[in-house]
Design a protein around this ligand. Structure first.
Ligand SMILES: Cc1cc2nc3c(=O)[nH]c(=O)nc-3n(C[C@H](O)[C@H](O)[C@H](O)COP(=O)(O)OP(=O)(O)OC[C@H]3O[C@@H](n4cnc5c(N)ncnc54)[C@H](O)[C@@H]3O)c2cc1C
Length: 460
């Protein structure tokens, strides 16, 4: 791929101010202390903190395409202090203490990302407006009230998360149906590709070479093999998230789930007066097939949904503009905000995110094998990758910190089932999730058995 191909990957790639020219590939054998595979947030943040903590450490990154090619360059731009599975930690007395520490660390991560962006001069259109999860149906009110009760039981107060009554919630986000919702203070809207590209430059300034167009062919104890040379290293960090299954021997580690996004043309000010989102709050509702939106810095709506899994864990980076998934995403957006109906969609794209078998993101280091990893964020990796990378840097450097005993630190991911079971399971979960969402949004009670099946399938 060349720069023009990279620019066409997403709205964010199209509007990032750098030329997206690939950096030079690895073309000889090199020796470093830590070799990182993948230049998304996980790989780049790990390099950033390793070099910040130990400037003498020799760190290098190999990237198959260009920095920010994967999910990090094409996501919904929510830097949010939540994590897949955190509700289970907080809701379970035996795991609550660790869960509370993890939750607080995630909240603090929003400040940390903001701090580094300021320090490194990364202009990623950061807007710390918080997040609104609104209820569009009575069942969603109940669900959000339950979520709020879990936060409160765990000791999180009004400054962290609070209830918005229907009036206030509608004023902040005038969806067609708005029965109230949760306001989470710890969230910023931002331009994901600006963050990842700026981070790559910051990492280079710290003396870390990023070899692009250099796919790792094998991760071995003692190094990484690429077509152009071998990167010898004591420790190899696997930072390939959804793409992990393309590495030899890692086919069933993380399941690549695709999320689909659209961006509208810039909406005029009177339309925004009607919609709200004055502080660029990110927004969604609690349906199972997740939806997520943000008001961009140039006044578009960027909106996404519709998880898609392709047989055999195939990954697609490019989708035809007439892919029916985009029509569905636009229909959902129109149903929430009918005023947007007459405005055109200018960009359509999708990307792959990594789902672990137990739906728990994880960071780990197997020193005997010389392999470190972080990922499996299930679509909530913008902030989590920063916390994961700080944790991984501590582990690699042998530092005991307030992060290294967080529940995020875990054993290797449990493997997924072989095909066709993976495909059947994901299609089943998606189907049940869809039907439950539809029932709830139509004001019908959700069938108990299907509800139980869904929760069984997506929990540990
Ligand atoms: C459409 C979409 C919307 C999302 N929205 C949000 C959101 O709003 N908020 C949120 O918190 N999270 C969101 N996510 C999830 C979030 O983007 C990811 O969790 C996060 O970016 C993962 O970062 P990463 O660095 O681990 O992986 P990636 O960014 O995917 O990086 C992996 C890198 O590895 C490279 N690579 C692959 N194979 C090789 C190889 N063999 N050798 C070398 N390099 C290789 C890839 O090219 C890629 O650059 C979204 C994801 C998607 C796809």
């Amino acid at each position: 791929m060349d720069a023009a191909d990279y620019r066409s990957q997403s709205f964010w790639h199209a509007t990032v101010p750098d030329p997206l020219e690939p950096r030079a590939p690895l073309c000889s054998d090199e020796q470093v202390d830590v070799a990182i595979v993948g230049a998304g947030y996980t790989g780049l943040w790990t390099a950033y903190y390793l070099k910040s903590l130990d400037p003498g450490l020799r760190v290098a990154i190999v990237e198959a395409e260009i920095a920010g090619f994967g999910a990090s360059g094409r996501n919904g731009g929510w830097c949010v202090g939540t994590l897949a599975g955190i509700g289970e930690y907080l809701g379970d007395a035996a795991q609550r203490a660790g869960g509370i520490r993890l939750q607080r660390a995630l909240f603090d991560t929003i400040e940390e990302v903001e701090r580094v962006c300021e320090h490194e001069g990364i202009d990623c259109h950061w807007a710390r407006g918080g997040n609104i999860t609104f209820a569009g149906a009575p069942a969603q009110v109940d669900q959000l009230q339950d979520d709020l009760a879990v936060w409160r039981d765990a000791g999180f107060g009004e400054d962290d998360v609070r209830w918005l009554d229907a009036g206030e919630c509608s004023q902040r986000l005038a969806t067609a149906q708005n029965l109230g919702g949760l306001f989470l203070a710890h969230c910023a809207a931002m331009h994901p590709a600006r963050l990842v590209r700026g981070l790559a430059e910051a990492v280079e300034r710290l003396g870390v070479p990023i070899y692009e167009h250099s796919p790792a062919r094998a991760l071995e104890p003692g190094g990484v093999v690429t077509d152009g040379g071998r990167l010898r290293a004591d420790i190899v960090v696997r930072a390939t998230e959804a793409y992990t299954n393309t590495l030899a021997g890692s086919k069933r580690v993380l399941l690549p789930m695709h999320s689909m996004m659209i961006a509208t043309e810039p909406l005029p000010e009177p339309v925004w007066k009607e919609i709200g989102l004055e502080n660029r709050e990110t927004f969604g509702d609690p349906r199972r097939i997740v939806i997520y939106g943000q008001r961009t810095a140039d006044d578009r709506l960027a909106f996404g949904s519709r998880g898609q899994y392709f047989y055999g864990s195939a990954i697609r980076n490019v989708f035809p503009p007439d892919d029916p998934a985009f029509t569905e995403v636009k229909q959902i957006l129109d149903s929430l905000l009918p005023i947007v109906r007459e405005y055109s969609v200018t960009h359509r794209w999708g990307g792959a995110l990594g789902v672990p078998r137990d739906w728990r993101p994880s960071v780990g280091l197997d020193r005997a094998r010389g392999l470190g990893w972080a990922g499996g964020y299930v679509g909530e990796g913008v902030a989590a990758s920063n916390l994961a990378a700080r944790t991984l840097a501590d582990l690699v450097l042998g530092l005991e910190s307030e992060r290294t005993d967080l529940p995020l630190v875990g054993p290797p991911f449990p493997t997924w089932e072989p095909e066709p079971l993976r495909w059947i399971a994901t299609a089943g979960v998606r189907g049940i999730g869809d039907s439950l969402d539809t029932a709830e949004l139509r004001g019908r009670a959700t069938p108990a058995i299907r509800n139980a099946l869904f929760h069984l399938a997506v929990s540990k």
